[in-house]
Design a protein around this ligand. Structure first.
Ligand SMILES: [Zn+2]
Length: 121
């Protein structure tokens, strides 16, 4: 493989067009002609794949949606309930309410017994 082979093969892979001298070299050189054939075969494979050899079976979307609904119905229970956003917000607010009540009880626990005994005017 001489240096011009490398340059020509790089241009073929990059998809650039070849001059007449380069085309003559590709026809004469075994390595370059093999690479050209490989490039053509690869292009043909890609074109075939893009033409839509992949077919979606009938009712595929309905089948997927049925599976998803069956899967979501199976979770249920406490795990499902505790991961819901509104349940978390409600539980957090209940915790905050208990904390505030405890704080107020602590603050007023020093005042209320003293007031009931008439110690604080
Ligand atoms: Zn060559």
């Amino acid at each position: 493989m001489n240096p011009s082979c490398t340059a020509i093969q790089e241009r073929m892979v990059a998809g650039e067009s070849l001059g007449e001298a380069d085309q003559a070299h590709v026809l004469a050189c075994a390595g370059c002609s093999r690479l050209a054939a490989d490039c053509l075969a690869l292009d043909a494979i890609v074109a075939d794949e893009l033409d839509g050899t992949v077919t979606v079976p009938d009712g595929f979307a309905d089948h997927v949606m049925r599976r998803l609904e069956a899967g979501s119905g199976r979770v249920g229970g406490w795990d499902d309930l505790l991961t819901r956003r509104w349940v978390q917000v409600v539980l957090a607010n209940v915790g905050i309410a208990f904390a505030i009540v405890n704080l107020l009880r602590f603050v007023f626990s020093t005042l209320i017994p003293a007031a009931s005994l008439g110690g604080v005017p």
